[in-house]
Design a protein. Sequence first.
Length: 235
Amino acid sequence: MVRTMDQKLTRRVHQGHLRIFIADDHPVVLSGMKTLLQADPELEVVGEAADGPTALRRAIELQPDVAVFDLSMPGLYGMEVIQKYLAARPKARVVVVSVQEDGANLRRLLKLGVAGYILKRSATDELIRGIHAVAKGGVYLDPAIAGQALGRVVHAAPANLGETSQISHLSARELDVLRLASVGHSNKVISAKLQVGPKSVETYKARAMEKLGFTNRVELIRFALDMGWLENSGL
């Protein structure tokens, strides 16, 4: 069933038709968000909610391609809504819109499986970009917070790195590429940092992801958090 859901989403991404659910406790914000999203011909807002319990119930019922949640909602805090929603739909794509720029909150959300985080103070097109990126299986962090959160890489390996059986079978180069990719660097940047070709970077990354059994960037981000690769990056 999970595979079928992913196949349907992939088909809708290619067809340019994504079903979106939105939740925010401010009516003006909710209305503005709906108008913004529906102006994009590839997006359809299939449902909305202004409180936590309704957001959770409706999102589970509607099974949107991407659910957009505010963190501050009455009745049930946004973090709890997201946790319960992802427990019911583990492969669901979730984007958070919030005024909060707290790294601890962002780290917790990424561990839960949230794939996008957009600040409300940012330009409206950031939300559009984030939804499209997440629908394609990517992770999208608002540039305003990604810069401070993921800007610096932990160059030294964690103390327990050599004792971690999960990565013991990765080559040193695969590990370097994976660590740099986990904090948001593009293949071009990684290529320059490691002085290897972009195609080699892609090969190392794909090989490492396959060895670890990862199929998307959300899994990589979770792993990077568990390994401590992001702890000193400001996240």
